[in-house]
Design a protein around this ligand. Sequence first.
Ligand SMILES: [Zn+2]
Length: 260
Amino acid sequence: MLFEGIVITRVPFKERDLIVKLLLRNGLLGSFYIYGGQGGGKRHKPTVFEPGSMMKIHIRETKTRNMEGTELLVAQEYSRTWEAASIRYNIQAFYLICLYFELVMKIAPSQQGQAETETTETEGIFSVVSNALFYLENSLIQNKFEASQQLMLFMVKLLFHMGIMPDTDHCGYCQANLLESDAVSFVPAEGQFSCKNCFTGENEKGFLLRIKKGYQTRYQDYPDLLGTNFYESDRLIQYFCHQFHLKTMDLRSYKLLFKS
Ligand SMILES: [Zn+2]
């Protein structure tokens, strides 16, 4: 059986083996045991299981278990089909992908014990993450890397694919047209925008327009998403965490990214 997916985490095991978690094409997380996956040996081969790499793995019929008793598929052959070569040399870009992976780990179901038919609604996660990695790498190569732009686009696409995009057309309280209101506020805890009559807060009309723009922007057109900033990306992360009952404090890369 052949699996294809993105390396999300890797944990060294014994002297030369690895346990890796992949985000598979169907949007589920799969755990694999890779004999000799750490590389090394006489020729000091480097590992090909860098976080963010796209891998193809053929598995053996036999399975093994990790320390928590989770069933692991044992790789027979593997090859890397894509790698995030520039990302790992840019600390901010690297923290970004760590944050993406941390969020994915919280929301993507594990493939163990899943029936094939249940997976269609998670497929969007894979497409969001693979596009995010590819165009993040692309932005570094092209010298167009802007962390807040990448993060904003990722959060908007992820929220959309999870089906929890806030309504950007109508006030969550009175249904008034938000574009006609000269001031709007976002209320992350309620997951909605409000017109100026229903809620008084900072005017976030620009934020609203950038979410709409992010939603319409195809990943390959990422340079078109202008005026992004970390404050607004953070608003979306707060909202996301609220939806999934997570705390940003528990996300390690969040702290690194927002304090660097
Ligand atoms: Zn209203």
